[in-house]
Write a protein that binds this ligand. Structure first.
Ligand SMILES: Nc1ncnc2c1ncn2[C@@H]1O[C@H](COP(=O)(O)OP(=O)(O)OP(=O)(O)O)[C@@H](O)[C@H]1O
Ligand SMILES: [Mg+2]
Length: 239
């Protein structure tokens, strides 16, 4: 799904937290969003997801304002996911049940996700009792099981161990590949940006400061600022 933003501004009181003149996200690819804390990444994701309507400007998805059909074809995964008070299997099956999918298809698609994210051992455990990382895996499985056209991921792999991160990145690439899902991924992990994304956006103080290919963005982004940002990022990942 193509996303077009025109003159989007968002304020909290007198404080402008988002001020985007023009910005397009291309369909069918994985776009990464990077930028410092408080630069407006999560605010932007919630607006695109249709969860925050208190802004000015125009947001178009596939050339249209968000309607029910578009809303049903997209999903946002938060850093701290909300899971329902039932077991892992039924959490993953839930979006399919909502969409009235046939029982045998629900079973095969849910089982595929359990295999893809290696959730076999916890599939009958109540989702509310899972560890943080397990919850994030389940949230990703639940987000991709219905083959969304637009997948919005807000730091889905923060506090995730390297093996699990690899599983989750594979799952993101998988859904993009088999379903041409448009993916927008907010991350502070530059290596993840390289591994998963083809395009990237650098946000700063509520603005889209740079956009282009991942390597262009990393080369362009002002060293005065990102020197520290990148260094810190790499050193946390290396240890
Ligand atoms: N409900 C709110 N009331 C007032 N200010 C808010 C509110 N929600 C967010 N903000 C402010 O909006 C700005 C952008 O926040 P946002 O969560 O989008 O940043 P972010 O880029 O996602 O940061 P991080 O990397 O820490 O997740 C911040 O300055 C934040 O303090
Ligand atoms: Mg955020």
């Amino acid at each position: 799904m193509n996303i077009t933003l025109n003159h989007i501004t968002k304020k909290y009181g007198d404080k402008t937290v988002l001020n985007i003149e023009q910005f397009d996200i291309k369909a069918g690819i994985v776009t990464g969003i990077i930028g410092p804390n408080g630069s407006g990444k999560s605010t932007l994701m919630k607006i695109i997801a249709g969860l925050d309507n208190e802004y000015t400007g125009a947001l178009l998805i596939e050339g249209q304002k968000i309607n029910n059909e578009i809303y049903k074809a997209m999903t946002l995964v938060f850093q701290k996911p909300y899971l329902i008070n039932t077991d892992v299997y039924n959490n993953i099956a839930y979006p399919l049940k909502l969409r009235n999918i046939a029982a045998d298809e629900i079973k095969s698609k849910t089982e595929k996700m359990i295999e893809l994210l290696q959730l076999q051992e916890i599939m009958h455990q109540n989702a509310r009792t899972l560890s943080g990382g397990e919850m994030q895996k389940v949230a990703l499985a639940r987000a991709i099981v219905f083959e969304p056209k637009l997948l919005l991921l807000d730091e889905p792999t923060s506090n995730i161990d390297p093996q699990t991160m690899q599983l989750m990145e594979n799952a993101i690439r998988y859904i993009n590949h088999i379903n041409h899902t448009t993916v927008v991924l907010v991350t502070h992990n530059i290596r993840q940006l390289h591994r998963v994304c083809s395009q990237a956006v650098f946000m700063q103080e509520g603005k889209v400061a740079e956009q282009g290919s991942v390597s262009e963005i990393l080369a362009k982004v002002n060293e005065d600022y990102t020197g520290d940002f990148l260094e810190q990022e790499l050193s946390t990942k290396i240890k």
